[in-house]
Design a protein around this ligand. Structure first.
Ligand code: SF4
Ligand code: SF4
Length: 372
């Protein structure tokens, strides 16, 4: 696959080229004191010169001492909000002259280019592809949103305080699932981006960008960026025998301890890029002439979510936290052939009481080892 080096002054050409191809560019931008994903019109919309500080239950933006475009880790948004939107109309029903007319949901007509997709996020999209497209039934909404996405990925130049992609084998280097991948190289002498194509569509866009040929020194600089990020992971998780570990400890006292802190607020599931649970809701206009069925995100942390025949089967917070973590790290392997966690750290950062999935696993493992 082709490579090319773009100078910072030429970066707007990426926006021009994708715009000329009819893409709506979605990417990181600063809003409400956080870095979120939204439509961006140009380089100036990116979080230039910003970085983030993340810890369990903590997120703060602070200024970098340079003008890097991608010098931060992931925020609370993930690409899930675009591929599997928080609320989707499934169909509408209209009453017309005494008969009912069913109107299917419109197929989206936008073409998204995602700019700034991290390695852990590529892994999360691949997981949701398996869930929504490869599990026997195709989700039409997801399929329609996903079909034409052009992905510009990034090899991370910094790790967040709650990142652990290295131990999950998902990052920080992007290895597949992108059309283009870039690495930002910034120091006192240069501010450049090493691009590599990962698909035919990526090759075509790359061929339209200005820039120069890549040298061995550039590739060495890319390796140093990735190695530096890998070496500064905020956390790690030991995956050895994790499925069996959790299955063998369903009655571990740690579940009671974490349940004393957990608020069942659902934050962890909403920010998680792989969580996919939803519910359906029907709304009817007051005159009864029109009704709408919608799908909206739901969470295994709510009491109603496990309701069977009107009675919840996971009555306590302990039941629900255990369900979430054992699904992510154990039964997900049985269901989808991989971990349901990609190590992005969002559930740790955005948990209001700072519950940390890596710490919970380590605590169970420590006492399991002592018992053995
Ligand atoms: S683990 Fe944290 S984020 Fe998740 S439901 Fe409990 S309190 Fe909320
Ligand atoms: S479980 Fe937590 S760390 Fe793992 S993918 Fe979900 S939000 Fe990220």
């Amino acid at each position: 696959m082709s490579l090319r080096v773009l100078d910072r002054v030429d970066f707007p050409a990426l926006f021009d080229t994708l715009g000329d191809d009819g893409y709506t560019i979605m990417g990181p931008t600063v809003r409400d004191h956080a870095i979120v994903y939204d439509e961006i019109g140009g380089v100036d919309d990116l979080p230039i010169g910003w970085t983030d500080e993340q810890e369990a239950g903590e997120y703060r933006l602070r200024r970098r001492d340079d003008q890097a475009l991608f010098g931060y880790a992931v925020g609370q948004h993930s690409w899930k909000k675009l591929l599997f939107p928080p609320r989707t109309t499934l169909f509408q029903v209209e009453r017309n002259n005494g008969s009912l007319q069913f109107v299917p949901n419109e197929v989206p007509d936008h073409r998204y280019a995602f700019l700034g997709v991290r390695a852990c996020e590529l892994a999360a999209i691949a997981i949701q592809d398996r869930v929504f497209l490869g599990s026997g039934a195709v989700d039409r909404t997801y399929e329609a949103e996903r079909r034409d996405v052009f992905t510009v990925a990034i090899n991370c130049m910094v790790a967040g305080g709650t990142c652990f992609c290295v131990s999950m084998g998902t990052g920080p280097r992007c290895t597949s699932g992108y059309d283009l991948v870039l690495t930002e190289i910034i120091d006192s002498e240069r501010h450049e981006f090493v691009f590599e194509a990962g698909s035919e569509a990526g090759e075509r866009v790359l061929s339209l960008l200005p820039g120069r040929a890549v040298t061995d020194a550039d590739l060495g600089a890319v390796d140093r960026v990735v190695e530096g990020t890998a070496a500064s992971m905020g956390r790690s998780m030991d995956l050895l025998g994790i499925k069996e570990l959790l299955y063998e400890n369903l009655e571990h006292p740690r579940w009671d301890e974490v349940a004393e802190r957990c608020l069942s607020c659902t934050n962890c599931t909403l920010v998680c890029p792989t969580c996919f649970c939803s519910t359906t809701e029907d709304t009817v206009t007051l005159d009864g002439d029109s009704a709408q069925r919608s799908r909206r995100w739901d969470s295994c942390f709510t009491l109603d979510f496990s309701g069977l025949h009107g009675v919840p089967v996971r009555n306590t917070t302990k039941d629900r936290y255990r369900q979430w973590m054992t699904h992510k790290l154990a039964s997900w392997y049985d269901q989808f052939g991989s971990s349901g966690c990609v190590g992005c750290g969002r559930c740790i950062t955005w948990c209001p009481v700072g519950i940390d999935i890596t710490e919970e696993v380590a605590a169970i493992r420590a006492s399991h080892g002592a018992k053995a």
